[in-house]
Design a binder for this molecule. Structure first.
Ligand SMILES: Cc1ncc(COP(=O)(O)O)c(C=O)c1O
Length: 362
């Protein structure tokens, strides 16, 4: 604790991202980045936008981007909120929707760890709901919670498990709490799960959060968006305009629009990730791993005879980075992002070598 800090800073537990070392010949499969890169049309749009108009502030309402998103999802522009990556959007959601008289937020015990970071930052008590033994969300825990919650958040597909709920389950949760925000973080939805956007027309309390970091391969551009009822979006705008009115610069807005419009590239690269995920799942299973059925751009796998940290270290020695979470219930799992077919060949070879060299656990 420094004498210069505000009171609450000492109690923060900042999010720890997957490491980003700059080593030659590294295979980075630890941050769920997309190996195919952005649409060439998005890159061209960013280059075209890099001109003298940068002397002006960007469109603070991101009108063209919000209209593009609205048209693609069959909703109105006033149902769309954009921000500097979905992490920023989630921050505004915690600040603007979940701070309700000290009531707790319901969230899974195993999920995207930034949610708990935001709970601390925004002083929202966290009510952690254990996933079931198959590491899936048990719907009744949310339809009939043990506490009186301020709201609900979960990722669908969940991270780091990759497991997804169907729309009926999400509908049941939203219906059980018509007065509360139910936030569905769909960072990975484009890799095979159903989007709750379809439920917005029936449920004014659902907030769906998307990012261009994963399926659009634009993690470096920092663009995310939320879709919800105009009432909820107005609340988020009030928060945004009390914090930073210009979260998306002109280059990001131009690149995001072009990326969203390049449907052919999007579908082709998502399908390539899905195909490789299924192939990798079979290969890891054949090597003795238990692999959770994933609908994301990563798999979550454990091996009954080897300790996950040992395997992670053996892979790192071969220049392959994967993610391990030192957390109860999942400490023997590795989260492995899906690469190109060539990258997966290298990964599997490195795993085979690790299995040959790492001592088996007793
Ligand atoms: C579930 C989930 N939500 C949100 C994010 C943040 O994405 P963004 O790059 O849009 O901030 C991530 C990033 O890994 C994630 O896994």
């Amino acid at each position: 604790m420094s004498r210069f800090w505000s009171d609450h800073v000492a109690n923060l537990a900042p999010y720890v991202a997957g490491e980003q070392p700059r080593l030659p010949n590294l295979l980075k499969l630890n941050a769920n980045e997309n190996p195919y890169g952005p649409s060439p049309r998005a890159l061209q749009a960013i280059r075209d936008a890099a001109n003298d108009t940068l002397k002006k502030y960007p469109d603070l309402q991101a009108t063209a981007l919000r209209s593009t998103i609205a048209a693609q999802h069959g909703i109105k522009p006033e149902q769309v909120f954009v921000g500097n990556g979905s992490d920023e959007i989630l921050a505004h959601i915690f600040n603007g929707l979940f701070r309700r008289a000290g009531k707790p937020l319901l969230l899974p015990d195993i999920t995207y760890s930034f949610y708990r970071t935001y709970c601390r930052l925004f002083e929202v008590p966290a009510e952690l709901v254990p996933l079931d033994d198959a590491l899936t969300i048990r719907v009744t825990d949310y339809t009939h919670p043990a506490v009186d919650p301020a709201g609900i958040i979960f990722a669908n597909p969940n991270a780091p498990t990759g497991r997804a709920l169907g729309l009926e389950a999400i509908r049941a949760i939203a219906r059980a709490h018509p007065e509360l925000p139910v936030v569905v973080d769909e960072a990975y939805v484009d890799f095979g799960a159903d989007s709750a956007v379809q439920l917005l027309a029936e449920h004014e309390n659902i907030v769906v959060v998307h990012t261009l970091s994963k399926s659009r391969s634009l993690a470096g551009l920092r663009v995310g968006f939320a879709m919800a009822s105009p009432e909820i979006i107005e609340g988020l705008n009030r928060i945004k305009d009390s914090f930073n009115s210009y979260p998306l610069d002109s280059l990001a807005q131009a690149g995001a629009i072009a990326s969203l419009q390049d449907t052919e590239y999007f579908q082709r690269t998502c399908q390539a990730v899905i195909d490789e995920r299924e192939k990798l799942t079979s290969e890891l299973t054949a090597l003795g791993f238990n692999v959770l059925p994933s609908l994301a751009n990563f798999v979550f796998a454990s091996h009954p005879r080897y300790k996950a940290p040992d395997l992670q270290a053996a892979l790192r020695e071969q220049g392959v980075l994967v993610r391990h979470f030192n957390q109860p219930r999942i400490a023997n799992y590795l989260r492995i992002s899906i690469g190109t077919p060539e990258e997966c060949v290298r990964l599997v070879a490195a795993i085979r070598h690790a299995l040959d060299t790492v001592p088996a656990a007793a």
